[in-house]
Design a binder for this molecule. Structure first.
Ligand code: SF4
Ligand code: SF4
Length: 383
């Protein structure tokens, strides 16, 4: 088996992905000082950039799979090196060669399930809308105001289904005219793209776009910042532009317009965690906080590493599907910060963050002292 991609091929693929930017790097190392990996183990984006510049990348290395695409180093880099795009380009080469380190191998199963069932969980497509059984949730039809797109985690994962149900409760309470696509919905394709499988991403995107157009969808409400980012910033490459709104923005609108009434108190200390793809990648910091601040009795707390400096949960860049050993999970650090500021609830607005935080609650043995909640779950409790 070929283990080291030829020099010329690496250069070509990197160039095709804006990686000429690699040449701008002057090896200052700022990227390494802000990268969350260096809080749990050593890792150097600077080294990856340097090796790629000279075509010396070892595509067998675990390191090219480590970046969570959290967006911290591109914001700090003084030379506009496109670390995320170029790092993903290296994964594309590894994917083409079929070279996956052991920790990355679960991606193969994920890919198969995405092709066959449109979700990463090896669940049947026909069960996609089961979370909505018994709730007043209709199938989307042309002319409805809004398509609610819960995404894969909220459709299938037992913990995250609670967030989908809370969202449906809120939308019904506010009298929103919405529907879902059920088994016609596919994974948005964001995380598989970040693992380097560009063809599968395009396939999923084209299928979703066709479904949206065929069903007369104009406005899409999403729960996942990853769906938000993909629909808003990546699907336009297919010459389409849907109106996309994240649930945190929509909740803020519904409350401000008087359509959603908060009737109860929530007497807890709540720390809010900014998901990378909501905050750094899309600049949405204020709406989730303004929603939480509207709840009587709720004490909103800030943790270290908030807003633009938010600490990644570890789930982006396809890492949610890869194995991260104990002791190297960023989500553990985040929970320690939440406990450190005295929070009783760690709240966020992203399914990957919730999944990782729930794991860390068990690992750190803080199940009794710290709850993990999506902001929709808190709102659903107080309306
Ligand atoms: S911060 Fe930018 S210029 Fe500095 S080492 Fe990293 S990639 Fe190179
Ligand atoms: S994007 Fe985030 S995880 Fe990736 S190298 Fe930069 S700081 Fe590290």
């Amino acid at each position: 088996m070929e283990t080291v991609a030829p020099y010329k091929e690496i250069i070509e693929v990197i160039k095709a992905n804006g990686g000429d930017a690699f040449k701008l790097c002057f090896q200052c190392g700022l990227c390494d000082t802000v990268c969350p990996w260096n809080r749990v183990r050593s890792f150097s984006m600077r080294k990856i950039v340097r090796e790629a510049t000279f075509g010396l990348t070892d595509i067998e290395s675990e390191d090219i799979w480590r970046c969570t695409t959290c967006g911290r180093c591109p914001q700090k880099c003084p030379r506009d090196v496109r670390q995320i795009e170029s790092g993903v380009a290296l994964r594309r080469i590894a994917t083409e060669y079929g070279v996956f380190p052991k920790s990355v191998r679960p991606i193969r199963t994920i890919s198969g399930s995405l092709v066959g069932e449109g979700n990463p969980f090896s669940e049947e497509r026909q069960n996609r809308a089961k979370w909505a059984e018994g709730l007043a949730v209709n199938t989307f039809t042309e002319g409805m105001d809004i398509l609610y797109f819960p995404g894969c985690y909220l459709s299938y994962d037992p913990r995250l289904k609670k967030v989908a149900k809370a969202t449906a409760k809120i939308l019904n309470s506010a009298g929103v005219d919405f529907g879902i696509l059920g088994e016609k919905e596919n994974c948005c394709g964001e995380s598989i793209r970040k693992t380097g499988d560009e063809e599968l991403f395009k396939r999923l995107a084209r299928e979703n776009i066709k479904t949206f157009i065929d069903n007369g969808v104009k406005k899409i409400l999403v729960s996942s910042p990853h769906c938000y980012h993909t629909f808003k910033n990546e699907y336009p490459q297919f010459m389409v532009n849907f109106e996309v709104i994240h649930i945190s923005q929509y909740l803020s609108q519904l409350i401000n317009d008087g359509r959603l009434q908060i009737t109860k108190e929530y007497g807890k200390k709540v720390a809010y965690h900014d998901p990378c793809y909501l905050g750094r990648h899309n600049g949405i910091y204020d709406e989730p906080r303004s929603v939480l601040k509207k709840i009587p009795g709720l004490e909103l707390m800030e943790m270290p590493d908030a807003r633009v400096d938010s600490l990644c949960c570890g789930g982006g860049g396809g890492r949610i599907w890869m194995e991260t050993p104990k002791g190297e999970r960023f989500s553990d650090l985040r929970l320690e910060q939440a406990v450190g500021v005295g929070a009783e609830v760690l709240s966020t607005s992203c399914p990957y963050c919730i999944a990782n935080f729930e794991d860390s609650r068990l690992t750190l043995n803080v199940v009794e002292t710290l709850e993990v909640k999506d902001i929709t779950e808190i709102i659903a409790e107080v309306i």
